[in-house]
Design a binder for this molecule. Structure first.
Ligand SMILES: Cc1cc2nc3c(=O)[nH]c(=O)nc-3n(C[C@H](O)[C@H](O)[C@H](O)COP(=O)(O)OP(=O)(O)OC[C@H]3O[C@@H](n4cnc5c(N)ncnc54)[C@H](O)[C@@H]3O)c2cc1C
Ligand code: SF4
Length: 564
């Protein structure tokens, strides 16, 4: 055991977001003592969440600005597309965006809480279509951990019986909210096109679980954070739950730069920059779990060079930083006259869509009917929501007539967000930029990115179907005509970066084994999205957490057996 200010610990966990929060929770519940190092500042969700402020009280009606990229009241208190003094660079021709949240709980304080599981097809993609690699686990192996994770964090949803959406064991999920009127119309339109619309699984509690959190009251903006704990974030659940064991100590403002190894090659210490003092602090680390997010894990490993590990730590395969993936993203929008001039009523619910369009093309793909591998889903927005600076956009004029037109139009726009799978390719990776350091003196990441032709074709398919759905709703498409190449968003923009330290069965082609344990350093684990082998279209975070729970449980067993 190591010790810090009288606190003895077995494991150092780096990061307090989805992966780190779950790792710390699981290890402490297993009886181990954990020191968590978090680069961001401390954050109190009870005191700091602006749940009840209205946009009307905020500058420019709460719209985004340079510091608050997702709106004035966004829960991210210290971060965004740029973090002052902590740049990243891009190779020529690369467009890549990296969202960071330098705060306790990381990006979970804001995330959308969409939690679709990967299905059986997703763990064996190469077997299905020959591209990429298969995972070293299959759906059956992870299923119990999905169940435990869904139950623990609180997920609402149902079992729609749709291809590659696995049924969740009875009793695990909470009831999902009813559809809004736009969603009812969407479902009808999609049925006429023979495509499914199903309830969205969301990490929002709709029933009391008796764990100190309260169920959703359907009225505030989840993106601002949820002080009552209904919308999952580690700051209202996993971190306080782990602290309650008495076996977790959290150090905030601790930006880890290196993991050190001893002569035998095992991890034995970490160095972090104390962001309050700017000084380096070196701490003993009997075992290390890295979960500062996929790209930051690659950065720490690549920066942790030594005589024994000249290419960076855990990088004998040369795969650290490679296989970087995000989801594909594109948008289609429209105006639905049938929704115009509706009487006002409460249409709040939780912030996101209650229903969505899952990928419906698996069988056509298997028959070779589509010109791209892998699928996408549509999330969408269209309802009465809190007016903001964009309410009334597209209405001309002034006076009573303009006001009436704004009122009539309110709630009649629809927007589809495509989220699709990309296949890892050799042009998408990150490495250390040897010429640029951040304000802490740590070399930064340089990103390389190029979408493959298959992703462009996938987006073209999505644009076409998004437009078809809007028309089937009796609507008019308002987004401009674009090619797939024009419409596809930048790499990283969907904030699902994964794959930089992928798991596998072969140490030559992967960084960790199927337990997230690095092949080269057996007391060093990765428990964020770095370990992903592919990036299915389903949003990644529930799988990050299920894997972290599974792998932290395995790790604790090894420790208790005395082999780690
Ligand atoms: C607006 C938004 C919407 C999203 N919506 C969804 C969604 O609906 N569904 C979904 O599945 N996913 C969604 N995501 C993505 C989701 O938030 C991430 O996949 C998830 O949080 C990743 O977990 P993580 O633990 O790897 O990283 P994070 O949650 O970002 O946590 C990493 C933590 O590590 C800390 N850290 C970083 N570097 C260091 C260092 N060197 N030393 C110490 N600590 C460090 C960070 O400060 C941070 O607190 C969304 C993200 C955003 C921003
Ligand atoms: S709508 Fe529900 S889940 Fe979202 S912030 Fe409000 S109470 Fe929390």
């Amino acid at each position: 055991m190591a010790e810090l200010n009288g606190f003895e610990y077995d494991v150092v966990v780096v990061g307090s977001g989805a992966g780190g929060g779950m790792a710390a929770y699981t290890l402490t519940k297993e009886g181990l003592r954990v020191l968590m190092l978090e680069a961001g500042r401390d954050y109190d969700p009870i005191e700091e969440t602006p749940m009840f402020q209205t946009n009307a009280e905020a500058p420019l009606r709460g719209t985004s600005n340079k510091d608050k990229n997702f709106g004035y009241y966004d829960a991210t208190v210290d971060g965004g597309w740029q973090v002052p003094g902590e740049p990243y660079t891009m190779a020529e021709g690369t467009k890549f965006m990296l969202w960071r949240a330098r705060m306790l709980g990381g990006r979970t304080n804001h995330w959308g809480r969409l939690v679709p599981r990967f299905g059986p097809y997703d763990f064996k993609p190469k077997t299905r279509d020959g591209y990429g690699e298969d995972w070293p686990i299959d759906y059956d192996e992870i299923e119990p951990w999905y169940d435990k994770t869904d139950h623990l964090i609180g997920v609402c949803g149902d079992n729609p019986g749709v291809d590659n959406i696995p049924d969740v064991t009875e009793g695990v999920m909470q009831p999902a909210p009813e559809p809004r009127v736009m969603e009812i119309l969407l479902k009808k339109a999609c049925e006429s096109l023979d495509i499914p619309v199903v309830k969205m699984r969301r990490a929002v509690m709709t029933e009391d679980k008796g764990d100190g959190r309260s169920p959703c009251f359907w009225a505030t903006n989840c993106g601002r954070g949820c002080s009552i704990g209904a919308a999952f974030q580690t700051t209202t659940s996993l971190i306080p739950f782990a602290k309650a064991t008495g076996r977790l100590k959290v150090v905030t403002d601790a930006m880890v730069k290196w993991v050190h190894t001893g002569e035998a090659g095992q991890a034995n210490a970490v160095t972090y920059v104390d962001r309050q003092t700017g000084k380096d602090v070196k701490l003993k680390a009997p075992r290390v779990v890295l979960a500062p997010s996929a790209t930051e894990t690659a950065r720490i490993l690549l920066n942790s060079k030594s005589k024994k590990y000249p290419n960076g730590l855990a990088n004998s395969s040369g795969q650290v930083g490679r296989n970087l993936m995000d989801s594909t993203g594109a948008g289609v929008s429209g105006h639905v006259p049938a929704m115009q001039g509706r009487p006002r009523y409460n249409e709040d619910g939780h912030t996101g869509n209650h229903y969505y369009v899952p990928w419906w093309g698996y069988q056509d793909q298997a028959k070779g009917k589509l010109n791209f591998p892998r699928g996408y889903h549509f999330e969408f927005g269209g309802r009465f929501s809190e007016p903001n600076i964009w309410t009334g956009g597209g209405v001309d004029g002034y006076g009573k007539k303009a006001k009436q037109a704004v009122r009539d139009k309110y709630g009649s726009s629809i927007g589809f967000s495509l989220r699709g799978e990309m296949v890892p390719n050799e042009n998408c990776y990150c490495e250390i930029d040897s010429e640029v350091k951040d304000k802490w003196g740590i070399p930064v990441l340089k990103f390389h990115w190029k979408w493959a032709e298959s992703e462009i074709k996938q987006v073209e398919h999505g644009l076409k179907w998004g437009e078809k759905i809007i028309k089937a709703m009796g609507g008019v498409v308002t987004s401009p005509k674009r090619t797939g190449e024009e419409a596809i968003l930048a790499g990283g923009q969907i904030i699902h970066e994964v794959g930089t330290t992928r798991m596998g069965d072969d140490p030559k082609t992967s960084v960790t084994n199927k337990h997230g344990q690095t092949w080269d350093v057996d007391n060093l684990f990765v428990m964020d999205g770095g370990v992903f082998v592919s990036s299915p279209h389903q949003n990644c975070t529930i799988t990050i957490m299920a894997l972290a729970m599974k792998n932290a449980t395995w790790m604790s067993k090894q420790i208790k057996r005395g082999v780690l």
